[in-house]
Design a protein around this ligand. Structure first.
Ligand code: CTP
Ligand code: MG
Length: 387
């Protein structure tokens, strides 16, 4: 986390204590997944660039799950019965000059939007809210379903979050009044002027199931530009030594004679490592685990996969999927395919792995039964992790 404004520190409070009844999922809304990440993770990583401190109010009973997801930089407190209770629970820990209150449900709101709110606070405003023009004409109606009045649309605005405040003003507002549908409402009750800045489409609130589809559309552009493909291959000759163990796709094949080589000869694991390094532009197996790092000599395929994953993560990537094909006459992969997929996936922290196998119709060194090879391709996505 860092501040764009060195002179002013910023706390972001994220009320995420709701159950998401209207979304209708079996878990709290903030834990619902969107494009491979939970809504609360999207929300936190979007505002992290402008925050010195982030406090998340989690639904009671889910605090530890939130802590595991968000890491040690984020303070997680227990949310309350109503949204305002959740905000209050977090507000007591706010230590910055400015505090932004931002719904977890507006998960895609950008750091630029938060930046506009902070800029207005930095210019001296005590309370700032992002708003959108109202497109539909709004009418007052009565209980008998008749129109009572039509409001002039040009003076109406729809309100979003993050709403920004001088921290002392927000604390005073929450201490003196309990009743308002948003935080700015509490400040208005103190007769403190609330300034508006331009909101943004992507800060819409995810409320109904169809809102997840809308959110997905905002992300499609980003996900397709932030993906990397990688390819890797490996081959080894079968050993003349009948005692040589066969390790393949993270499994020991005890009825088979293994392959020659300094390592365990797991061609599937090695091909995947190469594909991962290649997609992340981090060189290859040799340049990572070669002579310069002798501690990896003789490491198992599974160990190398784990370390490769560590390195591509450190470079800012996550695995979308891994596909590997084993080429050779033996062993027969089919009966142990599920087991092999589970072993490879476990070494890659649960990443989706698929495994196919083929023979080559008697052709080439694999067809002649001299050796075994593997080809892997992977898809990575760039991550913007909370630093
Ligand atoms: N919120 C909260 N504590 C509550 C209720 C709501 O922190 N007791 C948070 C929600 O998690 C959400 C934000 O306030 O990020 C706005 O609320 P809303 O979108 O209405 O979310 P939910 O209350 O979870 O959804 P629903 O009303 O459909 O149950
Ligand atoms: Mg609600």
């Amino acid at each position: 986390m860092r501040s764009l404004l060195p002179n002013h520190s910023v706390t972001v409070i994220i009320p995420a204590g709701g159950s998401g009844e209207r979304l209708g999922a079996s878990i709290p809304k903030a834990l619902v997944s969107l494009a491979g990440r939970t809504l609360i993770e999207h929300c936190v990583s979007n505002v992290a660039p402008i925050a010195n401190q982030i406090i998340v109010a989690a639904p009671a009973g889910y605090e530890d799950q939130f802590r595991t997801l968000l890491g040690d930089d984020i303070l997680v407190v227990t949310g309350g019965v109503a949204r305002a209770d959740s905000v209050r629970a977090a507000l007591q820990h706010a230590t910055s000059d400015f505090t932004l209150v931002h719904d977890a449900a507006r998960s895609l709101a950008s750091a630029e939007l938060a930046g506009r709110v902070i800029d207005a606070l930095a210019s001296g405003e005590k309370a700032v809210i992002p708003v959108m023009a109202v497109i539909d004409t709004i009418k007052y109606v009565d209980h008998n379903n008749f129109v009572v009045a039509t409001h002039d649309r040009s003076s109406l605005r729809a309100v979003q979050t993050p709403q920004g405040f001088e921290t002392s003003t927000l604390k005073e507002a929450h201490a003196t009044s309990q009743d308002a549908t948003d935080d700015a409402g509490l400040v208005e009750a103190l007769n403190i002027p609330v300034k508006i800045v331009d909101g943004e489409e992507r800060a819409f609130k995810i409320t109904l199931p169809e809102d997840l589809v809308r959110a997905q559309k905002f992300l499609i552009g980003e996900t397709t530009t932030n993906i990397r493909v990688g390819i890797g291959t490996d081959a080894h000759a079968f050993s003349a030594n009948p005692q040589r163990q066969m390790w393949l796709a993270g499994l020991l094949w005890s009825d088979e004679v293994g392959v020659d080589g300094h390592s365990d000869g797991d061609v599937a694991a090695h091909a995947i490592c190469d594909a991962l390094f290649s997609a992340a532009q981090l060189g290859d197996l040799g340049s990572n685990f070669g002579v310069s790092e002798p501690e990896w000599a003789g490491a198992s395929g599974a160990k190398l996969l784990q370390e490769t994953l560590n390195r591509i993560r450190a470079a800012g990537f996550e695995i979308n999927n891994v596909s590997v094909q084993i080429v050779g006459n033996r062993p027969k992969i089919g009966p142990r395919r599920a087991e092999a997929i589970a072993a490879l996936s476990a070494a890659l922290d649960g990443a989706p792995v698929s495994l196919s196998a083929t023979t080559t119709d008697g052709l080439g060194f694999t067809g002649e039964g001299k050796g075994i090879s593997a080809i892997a391709s992977v898809l990575l996505r760039a991550t913007d992790r909370i630093s």
